[in-house]
Design a binder for this molecule. Structure first.
Ligand SMILES: Cc1cc2nc3c(=O)[nH]c(=O)nc-3n(C[C@H](O)[C@H](O)[C@H](O)COP(=O)(O)O)c2cc1C
Length: 208
């Protein structure tokens, strides 16, 4: 099978673009992805380690805070268990239409319960019930089991607001490094790595 090659010519990233703090530059790139109608601009791969085994999955970025990048999940899922054991995680955003990638390393911490409560309360009711029905990442016998659990919680919370399950909530990934990658012709891509040393960001250009 022949895999097509792609040349990159959408843009550049130069030293002049790096005057911003990396989180601000990240926000700018995220906003570019939204305004350029990138498909699923919020989708991000999160890598965790459990018992020495790396695993990845896609989640949705749900907030960009001063402290870091927020996503929501089940705290007892595979990723939740991994973060419990090793809270150093990595994230990878690939905005292919912009020929851009951002790699983030950081420390994942649960967001305060009130923050998760607020976000949960804004979710569609079906998603709220789904959070109760799904013991995410556990083995189930068949789909019917899931539907039955959904009905069970529909009945349980009939006519009332659905509270947030305690095992469901947000993580904020507090960044320790950011790498911004802009594809360039001839594979001479622009790469800049920001690392935090004693709370001061240092930046270096990396060879593509
Ligand atoms: C586009 C996309 C967005 C997703 N967003 C989330 C999310 O925000 N939170 C989440 O827990 N799972 C999300 N998932 C499902 C995860 O990829 C994954 O299957 C699930 O979280 C279980 O992962 P784990 O077993 O590694 O913990 C998403 C999947 C896709 C494809």
């Amino acid at each position: 099978m022949k895999i097509e090659r792609w040349d990159f010519n959408r843009g550049e990233l130069q030293e002049n673009d790096l005057l911003l703090e990396p989180l601000k530059l990240f926000k700018q790139w995220y906003e570019d992805a939204v305004s350029e109608n990138v498909q699923e601009p919020s989708a991000v791969v999160v890598a965790t380690v459990l018992d020495g085994q790396v695993a990845t999955r896609v989640v949705y970025l749900r907030d960009i805070l001063e402290e870091g990048l927020v996503f929501y999940t089940n705290y007892e899922s595979q990723k939740g268990k991994a973060i419990e054991q090793e809270n150093r995680v990595a994230m990878n955003f690939h905005w292919s239409e912009l020929e851009r990638q951002v790699k983030v390393k950081g420390i994942a911490e649960k967001v305060p319960a009130e923050v998760s409560d607020q976000y949960f309360s804004e979710r569609p009711r079906l998603s709220q019930l789904g959070a109760w029905a799904s013991n995410q990442s556990s083995v189930i016998a068949n789909r019917e089991e899931l539907i039955l659990r959904m009905e069970e919680f529909e009945n349980k919370f009939d006519g009332q607001p659905v509270p947030r399950p305690e095992n469901w909530g947000g993580y904020v990934v507090k960044p320790t490094s950011f790498e911004f990658w802009q594809g360039r012709p001839g594979r001479l891509h622009d790469r800049f790595l920001f690392t935090s040393e004693n709370d001061v960001w240092k930046v270096n250009r990396l060879s593509p």
